[in-house]
Ligand binder design. Structure first.
Ligand SMILES: [Zn+2]
Length: 543
C-alpha cells in the first residue's frame, strides 16, 4: 500500500501529540516522590546488633543519626499477608481480613487457600511491584537487585514506588540464621548503592514488617492435628479455629499442657481475654478504651517488675511502658486480635526460643507476639518523611496515615509515543515504525517500509495492550493487519521487553512471521540505539 503522501501527516500527528508532553507523562508528577521499601523479617534488635557489629555501614551512614526509629511495633499475627494486606489502609488488627496463609474467612463465607492468600496479597500491591513477591524465592532472587536498581528510572512514570525485599525472610525460613544474616547484610550493601544514586528530593521509607525467630523448631501443626483433630478445625499459627461444641477454655488449657505452645488466649466474655502460660492464668480486661492486666501465678511478661501497677492503661501507655520488654504491648495486641471476626476462638504464641516448624519454615519462623516477632525498625530520609524518624514510638499500622500526600495507585496518563527507524543490511531496506499511545498501556502503530527508493509501503498497522508490567519486564498482546502480501491478512502478536537500566531486550512474535528480536541501549531518556535480528541497526526517538 503506497502511503508516501500520508507519511508527513502521520509524523505530524505523532509529534503534535508528543508536544503536550511538556506537562508530563504523568498526572501525578507534582506529587512528592517516594520509594517505600518493605524489608521483610528484620526485627529492630537484629538491625541494632548488626549495626553495632559494624555489619551495616550503609544503614548506619544514611539513617543512624535521626532517620532510624527502632521502636515501631507491628501487627499480631506478625505475618506478612496480614500486614501487607492491611497496612496500606491503616486497618488495625481487630478488623483486618487476611490473617494467615491458609485460613477461613468467616465474614466472607469463603476460605482463603494458600493460593488465594498469595493472590490477595499480590493484588494489594502496586502493579509493577507484584513480581517482587516471586523474586523473594531463592531461585529468582538474583533478579531482585536488578529490579531495585530499575526503580531509579521509573520515578517519572511512577513518582511513588514500592519495593519488596523478601530475601531475608525466605532465607530465614529455608536456610536458617547464618544465611539470613548474610541476606540482611546484603540488604545493607545493596541499599547503600541504591540510595547513593537516588536524588535528594526523593523520599525514602524502609520499614520491616516483622522479625524472625530461630532456635528450637517445634511442629505445632502436627502436634495439634495428632491430638486434637476432633476439637480443632484449623490451626494456622498463631490462630486456632475450633469445631462446633469445643469449649475454648478447656481447649486453651489443653494445648498449653500437651503441646509446645507457650501461650493460649480466648475471650472469656466480651470484655475479658483469658489465657494460660505454664501454671499461670492471665487476664486482659477491657474498659472504656483501656486495658488492665492481672495474673494468677508468676508473671511471664515481667510487667509488674518493670513499673506496672495493675492499673487500666491505654494502648499508647501500654506501648510506652513495655516497648523495651520481651512482650511489648501484648495485652493490647491479644485483646484487639481476639475482636477480629476472622480470628479463631483461641490465639496463641510461642516464646522467642522456639519457632513453628512447617514445610516452608524449616529453620525459622514468626507470627507470635514476642519482641523478636513484633518490634521492627522504620528508616526514613527526605523532605516529606524525615520527621517520622523523630517519633519515640510508632504503631506500624499507622505508618500510612503519615503518608497522605503520596498517591500510591497512580499510573501514567499514557505511554511514550515513538518513531523508530532502522536499516537492514541483509535486505537493503529501511523500516520506520511510528506509534502513539492514546492512553496508558495502549499503543497504536504503523510499520512502513522504504525499499529501493521508489516509495514507501505500509507494511502493517497494529494495536497492543500491556497485560503485565514489573520493574524488569513488560508484556504486550495485540493484533493488526498485514498489508505486505498479495492478500491482506490479520495477525496477532505478543511482545516481551526485559530491561536492566539502559539496556533492553525486546522480543516480538507475530502470526504473520514478522518476528523480531531487538537489543536496545538508551543513550538519553528519549533516544535509543537499536539492533534488530542482528541485521538491522537504527534508532528510536520517544516522546
Ligand atoms: Zn516469613
Amino acid at each position: 500500500m503506497k502511503i508516501l503522501k500520508l507519511l508527513p501527516l502521520i509524523l505530524l500527528l505523532i509529534f503534535s501529540m508528543g508536544a503536550n508532553s511538556a506537562d508530563g507523562q504523568n498526572s501525578g508528577s507534582d506529587s512528592p516522590k517516594l520509594i517505600l521499601i518493605h524489608l521483610d523479617a528484620v526485627s529492630a534488635s537484629v538491625l541494632r546488633t548488626e549495626i553495632d557489629a559494624g555489619n551495616m555501614p550503609n544503614i548506619k551512614r544514611i539513617f543512624n543519626e535521626e532517620g532510624l526509629l527502632e521502636t515501631a511495633i507491628t501487627y499480631y499475627p506478625s505475618k506478612t499477608p496480614f500486614i501487607i494486606s492491611n497496612i496500606r489502609s491503616g486497618t488495625p488488627s481487630d478488623t483486618g481480613e487476611l490473617v494467615g496463609w491458609d485460613i477461613p474467612g468467616f465474614d466472607y463465607e469463603k476460605d482463603f487457600s494458600i493460593e488465594d492468600s498469595f493472590l490477595k496479597m499480590a493484588l494489594s500491591k502496586q502493579r509493577i511491584s507484584r513480581a517482587n513477591l516471586l523474586q523473594g524465592l531463592p531461585f529468582f532472587s538474583g533478579l531482585k537487585d536488578l529490579a531495585l536498581m530499575n526503580t531509579l528510572d521509573l520515578f517519572d512514570e511512577y513518582p511513588v514506588q514500592e519495593f519488596y525485599w523478601y530475601k531475608a525472610d525466605s532465607y530465614g525460613h529455608f536456610e536458617g540464621e547464618e544465611e539470613y544474616l548474610r541476606k540482611v547484610r546484603q540488604f545493607d550493601e545493596r541499599i547503600g548503592k541504591y540510595i547513593d544514586k537516588l536524588d535528594d528530593d526523593i523520599n525514602i521509607i524502609i520499614y520491616s514488617d516483622h522479625g524472625m525467630v530461630f532456635g528450637e523448631g517445634v511442629e505445632l501443626d502436627k502436634q495439634i492435628s495428632e491430638r486434637f483433630s476432633e476439637e480443632i478445625k484449623i490451626y494456622s499459627y498463631p490462630t486456632m479455629y475450633l469445631k462446633e461444641g469445643t469449649d475454648a477454655e478447656t481447649m486453651a488449657k489443653k494445648v498449653i499442657e500437651e503441646t509446645d505452645l507457650d501461650f493460649a488466649f480466648f475471650l472469656q466474655d466480651r470484655m475479658t481475654a483469658k489465657g494460660f502460660f505454664e501454671n499461670s492464668t492471665l487476664y486482659f480486661e477491657y474498659q472504656d478504651g483501656k486495658i488492665r492486666y492481672r495474673h494468677d501465678g508468676p508473671d511471664p511478661f515481667d510487667y509488674f517488675d518493670n513499673g506496672y501497677n495493675g492499673e487500666f492503661l491505654t494502648a499508647d501507655e501500654w506501648l510506652s511502658l513495655t516497648i523495651n520488654l520481651d512482650y511489648p504491648a501484648t495485652p493490647v495486641k491479644v485483646f484487639a486480635f481476639l475482636q477480629n471476626p476472622n480470628a479463631g476462638e483461641i490465639v496463641t504464641s510461642l516464646d522467642n526460643t522456639k519457632f513453628n516448624k512447617t514445610g516452608y519454615s524449616q529453620m525459622g519462623n514468626h507470627g507470635g507476639f514476642t519482641a523478636t516477632d513484633v518490634v521492627v525498625p522504620v528508616m526514613v530520609r527526605g523532605p516529606d518523611v524525615g520527621y517520622i524518624g523523630e517519633f519515640d514510638k510508632l504503631w506500624l499500622q499507622e505508618l500510612f496515615n503519615e503518608l497522605d500526600q503520596f498517591t500510591f495507585k497512580q499510573e501514567p496518563n499514557r505511554d511514550t509515543h515513538y518513531i523508530s527507524s532502522r536499516y537492514d543490511f541483509s535486505t537493503n531496506t529501511n523500516r520506520t515504525v511510528t506509534a502513539f499511545s492514546p492512553t496508558y498501556r495502549f499503543r497504536l502503530g504503523a510499520d512502513i517500509d522504504f525499499g529501493d527508493f521508489n516509495g514507501a509501503d505500509l507494511n502493517q498497522v497494529w494495536g497492543k495492550y500491556d497485560i503485565f508490567r514489573s520493574q524488569l519486564a513488560r508484556v504486550w498482546i495485540g493484533g493488526g493487519v498485514d498489508f505486505s502480501r498479495t492478500d491482506t491478512v490479520g495477525m496477532f502478536m505478543i511482545r516481551h521487553e526485559f530491561r536492566i537500566r539502559n539496556f533492553s531486550a525486546k522480543t516480538s512474535l507475530t502470526t504473520n512471521k514478522n518476528n523480531q528480536f531487538t537489543l536496545a541501549y538508551d543513550i538519553h531518556d528519549n533516544f535509543s540505539l537499536e539492533l534488530t535480528n542482528f541485521s538491522a541497526v537504527g534508532f528510536r526517538l520517544s516522546l
